[in-house]
Design a protein around this ligand. Structure first.
Ligand code: NAD
Ligand code: ZN
Ligand code: ZN
Length: 381
């Protein structure tokens, strides 16, 4: 390992300030410290959360320190490991994880939650365990988004924020299991526990929503209603299993009334995959009062949603999901297996492949509703 103890100079897309496009720069990536792993990032999807932290900083989202390297939905190859790392070796194929799994804490041992808090405070603040980032530009520290920063050709992550996967899995596809696909699919099958024969509505048909549709189908829901204000999303939604598609702007009445009429009283499961408090309230009200469940996967941090107390009093359940409820290190390899055994689709979510220097085009495609997922090839020329 010639590079193991050395700084690697490589390309990264740097977000210098909120609401400004990224610029591709030559950055320095320091060697991994104790219990850290340096990963050569091969592919990274662009998720709406990357867009939100850049363009909605201090509005919907809480402020993250800049300059920042975004990206959190990736796959790559271990380049070197720091002292004390026993579970990874150079050459291992891996998926970096924005949700860690230490396997030892109370939450990792609980069946009720996947919210391991190992290194939580520091990775949320954009640094690793020693309070610094491993990425710098001309000596200036660049913060690491969620401790991952996959819009960089190399990154360093805590060993508890990384999972080894089988070598025959294509990295340019399974990168999507690092966030979007796992989140939506898990929102349906893991957090929502959608039941066979049930009626479901999925609000928002981006990657998270489409994978929620796929999860409802896998759970054998009998009716899956896709909801989006962009009708271009409907064709894909039908491909993944939506039985009906609705555009709220085609209706004068609130959507929960439209859905109540379509389903004789409301859906059994409503999955919010937009990130809008208004849509979240609609989703909850769309569920049937006799035991309906609303799962919120869409992300917003500073806003509040309205809940009519009576809607809850009558017996509905409101749940949230982080990373689809999966125990990341344990369950992501199982999702990789499901993909390799053709039980779970990934290729169909990828509408664009672009090199790192076109990352702003990938952000624009997502913001303008023109893409589902763009996969950035970090090592592409
Ligand atoms: P996306 O932009 O690809 O999809 C969002 C979809 O919602 C778009 O198709 C858009 O047209 C639609 N939409 C917008 N306003 C709408 C409305 N009023 N009614 C119906 N549809 C509407 O985004 P994505 O990557 O699929 O992410 C979706 C959300 O999930 C984001 O908020 C993202 O931050 C969040 N997310 C959460 C987690 C988690 O762990 N919970 C993980 C990943 C992403
Ligand atoms: Zn994401
Ligand atoms: Zn833990």
């Amino acid at each position: 390992m010639a590079m193991a103890d050395q700084v690697i100079r490589c390309k990264a897309a740097v977000a210098w300030e909120p609401r400004s496009p990224l610029t591709v720069e030559e950055v320095d990536v320091a060697p991994p410290k104790a219990h850290e792993v340096r990963v050569q990032v091969v592919s990274s999807g662009v998720c709406h959360t990357d867009v939100e932290y850049l363009y909605e900083a201090e509005t919907g989202m809480s402020f993250r320190p800049f300059p920042l390297v975004l990206g959190h939905e990736s796959a790559g190859i271990v380049e070197s490991v720091g002292p004390g790392v026993t579970k990874f070796s150079p050459g291992d194929h891996v998926i970096p994880l924005f949700l860690p799994y230490c396997g030892e804490c109370e939450r990792c041992r609980s069946v009720k939650t996947n919210l391991c808090r190992k290194n939580w405070a520091n990775t949320q603040a954009g640094v690793l365990a020693d309070g610094t980032s491993r990425i710098s530009f001309k000596g200036k520290q660049i913060y690491q988004f969620l401790g991952v920063s996959s819009f960089c050709q190399y990154t360093v992550v805590p060993e508890t924020s990384l999972v080894k996967i089988r070598r025959d899995a294509p990295l340019d596809k399974v990168c999507l299991l690092g966030c979007g696909v796992s989140t939506g699919y898990g929102a349906a099958v893991k957090t929502g526990k959608v039941e066979e024969g049930s009626t479901c509505a999925v609000f928002g048909l981006g990657a998270v929503g489409l994978t929620a549709v796929m999860g409802c189908k896998a759970a054998k829901a009998k009716r899956i209603i896709g909801v989006d204000i962009n009708p271009d999303k409907f064709e894909k939604a039908r491909l993944f299993g939506a039985t009906d598609c609705i555009n709220p702007t085609d209706h004068r009445e609130p959507l929960h009334e439209v859905l109540a009429e379509m389903t004789c009283g409301g859906v059994d499961y409503a999955l919010e995959c937009v990130g809008s408090p208004t849509v979240m309230s609609e989703a909850l009200e769309s569920t049937t009062e006799d035991g309906g469940t609303c799962v919120i996967a869409g992300w917003t941090e500073k806003e509040k949603m309205d809940v009519h107390v009576l809607k809850i009093l009558m017996g509905r359940t409101l749940k949230g999901t982080y990373f689809g409820g999966w125990k990341s290190v344990v369950e992501v390899p199982q999702l990789v297996d499901e993909y390799m055994n053709q039980k779970l689709k990934l290729d169909e979510f990828i509408t664009h492949n672009l090199p790192l220097d076109q990352i702003n085009a990938a952000f624009d495609l997502l913001r303008n509703g023109k893409s589902i997922r763009t996969v950035i090839g970090l090592q592409d020329p």
